[in-house]
Design a protein around this ligand. Structure first.
Ligand code: ZN
Ligand code: ZN
Length: 366
């Protein structure tokens, strides 16, 4: 079928065009996309900074309605509301069975190569250029073919835009707090970097009853959003020495410091700021490209812990419905992260707004 999609034909070459989508195979589902979150990972991919490179259909956060199912799909049917899980785990490998489906053994050869779990693509341009599916999802398109392991049912009262961003930014930030760090209620916490992931970490800290919750960023607009979402203190890293200030607010430093940036400087800040015996958690994707010098003395002599967190250490099939139940109960205001909606052909503007720090999270709606 012919669909409109946001694609990177080559590095930094972003277009919205009509492309060809082949029908789902036996274990796949065709989803009519209603909302697609705009994420830094999409922009990194457009620029060739992640493992999957163009030509590619962008987008990995999404929600919509099932249009058709493959011949072997029994759990889902046409007309059903669903969200996309860009970590379509096999649920059979030792890592999955060991309780870490976010690290499934098949991702490096499938999802991170931007092909479907089955091993191929359903997408091509009208002039015959084969396109990849970013993170086995390719949600910045009117329709997407998704492996059934990448589908999660969605309750009728959860808006599509809320579901879309929950699958990436929200689970990464909230999961770093609840799953990776497993913070003790009432702990002192700090969050470095207040983009979609960092703001979600703040929501996670609120849910975990943290106090204080210190937000660190270099943009005043993001610090304002952090305060609205529950940060008790904000620090502009360009204006003050954030580590020193954190230790002034909390004697010895916060119990937990969450770095959603992942730059060498912010990782060092997180380790330095955590109190003796405290924990630094790194979830920022910048870290995937750099070797970072670690202040190892602090880890040993001050008994600190440094933890990595990928996709919030989540079990998506369990954790995503759980987060959306918390949203429905009014305990996790995910909708407050959404500052702007865009049409698909406004994708360049959406990326620009994200880079300028004007939005917490932007969502493309169809
Ligand atoms: Zn697996
Ligand atoms: Zn994302």
């Amino acid at each position: 079928m012919k669909i409109q999609a946001a694609i990177a034909r080559s590095l930094n070459n972003l277009t919205v065009e009509t492309i060809e989508l082949d029908p789902p195979k036996a274990h796949e589902v065709l989803v009519r996309i209603k909302a697609a979150g705009v994420c830094h990972s999409d922009l990194h991919t457009l620029r060739g900074e992640l493992r999957a490179t163009p030509p590619i259909v962008l987008g990995h956060e999404g929600a919509g309605i099932i249009e058709a199912v493959g011949s072997a799909v029994t759990r889902f049917q046409a007309g059903q509301r669903v969200m996309i899980n860009w970590l379509p785990a096999c649920n059979q490998c030792p890592t999955c069975l060991g309780g870490m489906p976010n690290l499934c053994e098949r991702f490096p050869s499938t999802t991170f190569q931007a092909i479907l779990p089955e091993g191929t693509s359903r997408l091509k341009t009208e002039d015959g250029l084969q396109l990849k599916h970013f993170l086995s999802s390719a949600t910045m398109a009117e329709y997407a073919v998704i492996d059934e392991s990448g589908i999660i049912p969605l309750a009728d009262d959860v808006p599509f835009d809320v579901a879309a961003i929950t699958g990436c930014a929200v689970i990464t930030g909230v999961g770093a707090v609840l799953n990776t760090a497993q913070v003790k209620p009432g702990s002192a916490a700090a969050v470095i970097g207040c983009g979609g992931v960092g703001l979600s970490a703040i929501l996670g800290c609120v849910l975990a009853g943290c106090n204080p919750i210190i937000a660190v960023d270099v943009m005043a607009s993001k610090l304002e959003m952090a305060r609205q979402l529950g940060a008790t203190h904000t620090l502009n890293g360009r204006e003050v020495n954030a580590v020193e200030e954190m230790k002034k607010i909390v004697r010895g430093g916060p119990d937990y410091v969450f770095d959603s940036v992942g730059a060498p400087s912010t990782i060092a800040q997180a380790v330095s700021a955590a109190r003796p015996g405290g924990t630094a958690v790194i979830s920022g994707m910048h870290a995937t490209k750099v070797d970072v010098p670690i202040p190892a003395g602090a880890l040993i002599f001050q008994n600190k812990r440094l933890l990595g967190s990928f996709a919030g250490s989540a079990k998506p099939q369990v954790d995503l419905p759980h987060l959306l139940d918390l949203f429905r109960a009014g305990r996790l205001p995910i909708d407050k992260l959404i500052s702007k909606h865009y049409a698909l052909d406004e994708i360049a503007t959406a990326f620009g707004d994200m880079e300028s720090g004007n939005v917490a999270r932007g969502v493309i709606v169809f």
